[in-house]
Design a protein around this ligand. Sequence first.
Ligand code: NDP
Length: 291
Amino acid sequence: MPDIIDGNQISKDIIEELTIEVSKLLDSKPKVVFVRVGEDPASVSYVNKKQKVSAQIGIESVLLVLDVSISQQELIAQIRKLNEDPEVNGILIQSPLPSHMIETEVFNSVAPEKDVDGFNVVNVGKLCQEDESGFVACTPAGIIELLKRQNIVVEGKHVVVVGRSLIVGKPAGLLLVKKSKIGNATVTFCHSRTQEIASIAKQADILIAAIGKPNFIDATMVKKGAVVIDVGINRVEDGSKKSGFRLVGDVDFEAVQSKVSAITPVPGGVGPMTVAMLMKNTIKAYRLSHK
Ligand code: NDP
């Protein structure tokens, strides 16, 4: 049987470490502002979770909810106010934003030193330059932390990342190719225009699925003994659940698990790590502003 990588437990350990770290900050506590535009149910649930974990750690959080009809210009004006507020250490703009906005323009309006989501062009640039002073996107940072704490060797391995988004795929690949111990991998990116994706995925020692398509990765796409990191969070209808849906990943867990050496479940794998890394980034932002 493979190792089931327990993201719930690993994130719990990190949250305990961060709680101790925050308790030692005597002058003031870190403060993060979550900006949510509209009432998308998944966004409501993610922001609630982020606020709950902030409170648990001792990080002050504020939720700013804006109407879905707000213009991009008005949203950016609100963000600029937060950029100028010395009490605010971190700003997170919950995505997806409404379709009338250009997400990268909004992300780039967040002050780089408060950009705890790591999507601002300055922080993406610092990731490329391997400059540790920047903020790394939380989900890819969570993947690295999972691999590290699970003692999975990355150096020299072939990593295939399926997905090339700014939020997950691209930064995950950049981190894994970085000159560091949990890095130094040979990275291949796949996306919707990739040909022969199954045969490429099958070459992976470590396969990262960040696609957004339920059960996309099946057993024929996975090498025996590979490590599989399933980033996908997909809602599929399920009449037996009170909510009417259940969450599944981008990997067909049942079909793949007998072939692999380690795999993350959905839920309970990468998801909780994203929140833990957000908290870590917020404390980093606080420390940067108190140097
Ligand atoms: P995006 O939709 O931004 O990107 C999806 C990527 O998958 C794109 O690069 C796209 O290719 C690629 N893709 C889509 N269809 C195919 C296909 N048929 N074959 C190959 N590649 C394909 O999604 P995100 O990166 O934001 O999210 C990916 C998944 O991860 C989602 O399920 C999301 O919910 C989840 N997620 C989970 C998080 C967590 O905390 N665990 C955090 C963030 C996201 P192309 O670029 O060519 O369009």
